[in-house]
Design a binder for this molecule. Structure first.
Ligand SMILES: [Zn+2]
Length: 228
């Protein structure tokens, strides 16, 4: 499949944006280094990122140099926190125009559920007809991935950054949230990133605030902290 074909299918399914969620700490690495960076490249470059439970399987299935996106804003859709973190980078689908041919792969399931016996066709959409017929906007398992990325993916096609408001009950947590807001705002200006930081307005009935405040103490710190 060519990038053009992939983009046509995405647009026909009304996918206008690609969403990448992460912690504030990992996001500071992105902001300071000019773009989203694959987990493998963050390690190679000696930069910092929050550990993820999927790190081992990512290496096992050779996806640790891939940058993962969703076709919808999972927090908005699921009305709960995104487990990958409270910062959401929103890219225009036009980012496809800037990518080399062959680096886009779209998963059929999350690599956490893969096993060694699975074929490429079981892991990914490998042809036009399959993608056109079976790709669903909003399917949380079907990840748009930009593979084998050793350098940052620039912010040229970034439209905005969304940050969750945890509505923190503890004052210490509220301070951590405010520090994150200030930090991102300053980085966006200092690095000429030229997109707005939007504090998330949750949909009716969203559970994130109770999740943030009821998880173990320190949870907000590890999601929102700059230096944790
Ligand atoms: Zn929410």
């Amino acid at each position: 499949m060519t990038n053009y074909e992939i983009k046509q299918i995405m647009k026909s399914k009304n996918v206008q944006y690609l969403y990448h969620a992460n912690t504030v700490k990992t996001s500071t690495t992105f902001l300071e280094n000019g773009g989203l960076i694959s987990r493998g490249a963050v390690n190679d470059l000696g930069l910092v990122q929050t550990p993820q439970i999927s790190d081992e399987t990512d290496r096992e299935f050779n996806v640790d140099y891939d940058i993962f996106f969703d076709s919808v804003d999972i927090h908005e859709r699921a009305k709960k926190i995104n487990n990958y973190g409270p910062v959401t980078f929103v890219y225009s689908i036009d980012v496809i125009d800037a990518l080399p041919e062959g680096c886009i792969k779209i998963t059929k399931t999350n690599p956490m559920y893969w096993n060694q016996n699975m074929t490429e066709e079981e892991k990914y959409f490998t042809n036009y007809v399959d993608l056109r017929n079976n790709y669903e906007k909003g399917n949380f398992n079907q990840h748009f991935t930009i593979t084998n990325q050793r350098q940052p993916l620039t912010f040229d096609y970034l439209c905005k950054i969304i940050l969750d408001d945890p509505h923190a009950i503890r004052q210490a947590d509220q301070r951590i949230f405010e520090q994150a807001v200030n930090y991102i705002n300053e980085a966006v200006i200092e690095k000429n990133i030229n997109v707005p930081l939007v504090i998330r307005k949750c949909p009716m009935g969203c559970h994130c605030s109770e999740q943030y405040n009821n998880f173990r103490e320190g949870y907000i710190y590890y999601r929102f902290g700059i230096d944790c």
